[in-house]
Design a protein. Structure first.
Lengths: 389, 415
């Protein structure tokens, strides 16, 4: 049986609550800001939003449920996605089906988190049972250490050099320079990248995402409704998600995308080469490289060559993470899982805040989340197409 | 090979002594099985009783067949180092003070991939390693990746030394030198590289056999110490307590008989006075000052050793009151362990079977030579374990006690 498509579903109103390094506000504050921006930009009343899909690490002890009372919403469809970096893609998948089936008319998808001076340490110290039992007591390096292992292995297995990862980071910083919400505003040279201080070898400073506070959101509704509201929108051509893929791999060298890649491109009726821009989850560059392989932008094992052959800048070849990605914008907790998707939506709907990918019609956004123990468990991706106005 | 550590320089009295902090200690209950094994020096993992799959991290159900019968089984530890990192930044104070810190990912031959503290003598991946379990400074079980084959000075590895209580270049107090065990301990610790060994004797005016020879060792100094006398303990702690890195409490009174075959409470009182209250007095005087030095550099205060008895687990009626005093001491040692833990000091309990001495004269062999007890103490310090049951009798009692304390009690009650 072939998978049902997403005909008639529209994604609209890409919203970013500006990022700050630290905030004394709570995650609730950032999500409220995002909801308000969504309503204002769409010209909607709060009561017209009848579906909500929420993500945020630091909502605890609340979930999406408590947040509804907090924000005075009475949705008839509600979801809480605790999938970190995969939450954007997964939220879109869930919301699209809710709209398609008529369970909800307008779904607000929002991820937001705060960042207090000491909150990141608390988050990683109790991130998961496995992390608390079997990772955090080993040096307490947090994700830096976990990704250092993956990077060390990936470099040896794929023959990647630091310069290859540096190229991705430098290109993203270039892209970020025109993006107003990026926390990193200075250009980055490959010399600065290579000369940066080591954090968890082989990772150095500019390989590591910076935690911050902020929120991202978008609305999902029917194409009919989006036209009535006169909003620019994108269509959902295909989506995938896969969790805990390849559990027998002794260390992560691929993710769930590799299992679902064919399903994605078949559903989209397109190929990787048809993408005008690519927004890949990028808390560390090794994951970007892994996704380029897994999603079919090159043959397995050949990503190094792909990196050396492309510029990844917004105006160059294979435009990648056109807002600068998390590595240059910052990682606002679960909102990091929305950043690429929201930027993709902006580019495809002519609402780019920074440099535009000229004539962009189709884009891919991906998600990757939850280093539960030794690897990221959640993988997802979505292909969007400009829908017009 | 590992670079051998050097004798520490004299402490600079102007520099503040670093306060002890613990590495992260929270664990789920199920994960404590690793700690229970490591406390005895064993590397154990959950192995599914139904399908044989080996689990890590610890789980509530088998990841293959979902069985909840997951007994902890000893592992060979062989595996392949597949990845490594050198951590230069940590979110935790303990590691922040100790970076760079080397970590590895090991694909065990038995299946799972484990994150380990990586010994400095292990080569770059991919390479063979042996994984073992150790207790970290928080007293929690952790995994360590060792070189596949032993290398010289392995114990001197900077990270490993944070998990062991190696006597090398450390200062040791042995509370009683008049027994053969005490004297064997002093010699064994000197051989293990101890810097200085204070040996206590309660009655300095008496000439006990062997003490004069012991005094010939340059590292050894005899000190008056009577654990039944609060003032004596206080004076000893005041004089050199601040320098004691390892305290070995081997002083004991051991008399035979139980309740009805001996009249009155004098003997039992003497046993309690030394075996139980002696420990309490020592802990109250030496405990606080040792706790303050739990992170005092390469040769920090590190361990407290109690010479208990396998009779502490279950009463041996022919030595009934002695057994009771050792059970009391065991209970107090558990309290001491809890109170020493925040200062990252390890409390090591030794549970020997009958030792070859005059008070076990009537017990049948095998009996433990004093030198064997001393070897067990030194290995416990070097491996950093918490509980040691040296000798065949102790091992057999332990196995019987673990299988059924009630059956053992009935067996010990005789006919």
């Amino acid at each position: 049986m072939s998978r049902q498509g997403y005909q008639g579903v529209a994604v609209a109103v890409p919203v970013t609550v500006p990022y700050v390094r630290y905030s004394i506000r709570s995650a609730h504050w950032f999500i409220a800001k995002a909801l308000r921006a969504l309503l204002e930009r769409a010209g909607l009343q709060k009561a017209q939003v009848d579906g909500a899909c929420i993500s945020g690490f630091l909502l605890f002890p609340d979930t999406a449920v408590g947040l509804m009372q907090h924000l005075g919403l009475s949705p008839r469809w509600l979801d809480h996605i605790p999938m970190g970096g995969a939450s954007g893609v997964v939220a879109l998948r869930r919301a699209a089906r809710a709209v398609q089936s008529g369970d909800a008319e307008i779904v607000a998808c929002i991820a937001g988190d705060t960042n207090h001076v000491d909150s990141f340490r608390h988050t990683i110290a109790s991130f998961s049972q496995f992390a608390r039992d079997a990772v955090y007591p080993y040096g307490s390096g947090g994700p830096n250490a976990s990704f250092a292992f993956l990077t060390d292995y990936f470099m040896r297995t794929r023959g990647a050099e630091r310069e290859d990862f540096g190229k991705l980071c430098v290109a993203q910083r270039h892209n970020a320079l025109s993006f107003p919400h990026a926390l990193f505003k200075k250009p980055l040279s490959i010399e600065e990248y290579l000369g940066a201080r080591p954090i968890a070898e082989p990772l150095h400073l500019f390989d590591c995402v910076m935690p911050c506070a902020g929120a991202e959101g978008f609305l999902v509704m029917s194409e009919e409704r989006v036209r009535a509201l006169d909003l620019p929108f994108a269509r959902v051509l295909a989506t995938i998600e896969r969790h805990n893929a390849f559990p027998d791999d002794p260390i992560q060298i691929r993710g769930g995308w590799a299992l679902e890649r064919d399903s994605l491109w078949n559903q989209a009726g397109l190929a990787p080469q048809d993408m005008d821009l690519v927004e890949l989850y990028d808390d560390y560059p090794v994951i970007t490289a892994m996704q380029l392989e897994d999603l079919g932008f090159c043959a397995p094992g050949e990503v190094v060559q792909l990196i050396r052959e492309n510029t990844f800048t917004t105006e160059g070849s294979l435009p990648l993470n056109t807002s600068g990605g998390q590595l240059s914008v910052g990682q606002a907790g679960a909102a990091g899982g929305y950043l690429g998707l929201v930027e993709c939506l902006r580019q495809l709907t002519g609402q780019a805040l920074g440099a535009r990918v000229a004539g962009a019609r189709r884009g891919l956004a991906s998600g990757f989340g939850m280093i539960n123990y030794d690897r990221g468990l959640c993988a997802g991706a979505v292909v969007l197409e400009a829908g017009g106005q | 090979m590992t670079d051998p550590i050097r004798r520490p320089k004299r402490k600079n009295p102007v520099v503040r002594t670093r306060l002890p902090v613990l590495p992260p200690w929270p664990r789920s209950r199920i994960a404590l099985g690793l700690t229970a094994g490591a406390a005895e020096g064993r590397f154990v993992l959950q192995v599914c009783a139904e399908c044989g799959a080996v689990q890590y991290p610890p789980r509530e159900a088998c990841h293959r067949c979902l069985s909840d019968r997951l007994p902890w089984r000893e592992q060979s530890g062989g595996g392949q180092l597949i990845s490594q990192t050198l951590l230069r930044h940590s979110h935790d104070i303990f590691f922040r003070e100790r970076v760079p810190w080397r970590l590895g990912m090991v694909h065990l031959d038995s299946g799972p991939t484990v994150v380990v503290h990586l010994h400095g003598a292990v080569g770059a991946p991919p390479t063979r390693v042996r994984v073992g379990a150790r207790l970290d400074k928080a007293g929690m079980g952790v995994l360590v990746g060792f070189p596949d084959k032993d290398v010289p000075h392995m114990a001197d590895d900077r990270q490993l030394r944070e998990m062991t209580c190696d006597p090398k270049f450390r200062k040791v107090l042995i509370t009683d030198g008049k027994t053969r065990v005490g004297q064997a301990l002093a010699r064994a610790l000197v051989s293990a590289g101890a810097d200085l060994v204070w040996v206590g004797h309660a009655e300095p005016w008496k000439q006990f056999p062997g003490l004069a020879e012991l005094k010939e060792l340059p590292q050894v100094s005899l000190v008056p110490l009577d654990v039944t006398d609060a003032r004596s303990v206080k004076e000893a702690a005041g004089e050199f307590g601040v320098k004691v890195d390892i305290l070995i409490n081997n002083v004991e009174v051991h008399r035979t008989h139980g309740i009805t075959s001996r009249y009155g409470t004098d003997v039992a009182r003497a046993e309690i006075e030394v075996n139980y209250l002696g420990l309490l007095r020592l802990a109250q005087e030496f405990g606080p000052v040792m706790r303050a030095r739990g992170a005092d550099g390469q040769s920090s205060a590190v361990a407290w050793v109690n010479l208990l008895s396998i009779f502490a687990l279950s009463n041996f009626p022919p030595h009934g009151t002695y057994s009771a005093s050792k059970a009391a001491a065991l209970s107090l040692a558990q309290c001491l362990r809890a109170e020493m833990r925040p200062a990252s000091l390890r409390v090591i309990n030794i549970f020997p079977g009958p030792i070859e001495d005059e008070w076990n004269q009537l017990l049948p062999p095998p009996k433990l030579a004093p030198e064997a007890v001393a070897r067990a103490v030194v290995s416990a310090l070097q491996d950093g374990v918490e509980d040691v049951y040296p000798g065949d009798i102790a091992q057999e009692w332990l196995a019987r006690w673990r299988e059924s304390p009630k059956v053992l009690e009935r067996e010990l009650a005789g006919h």
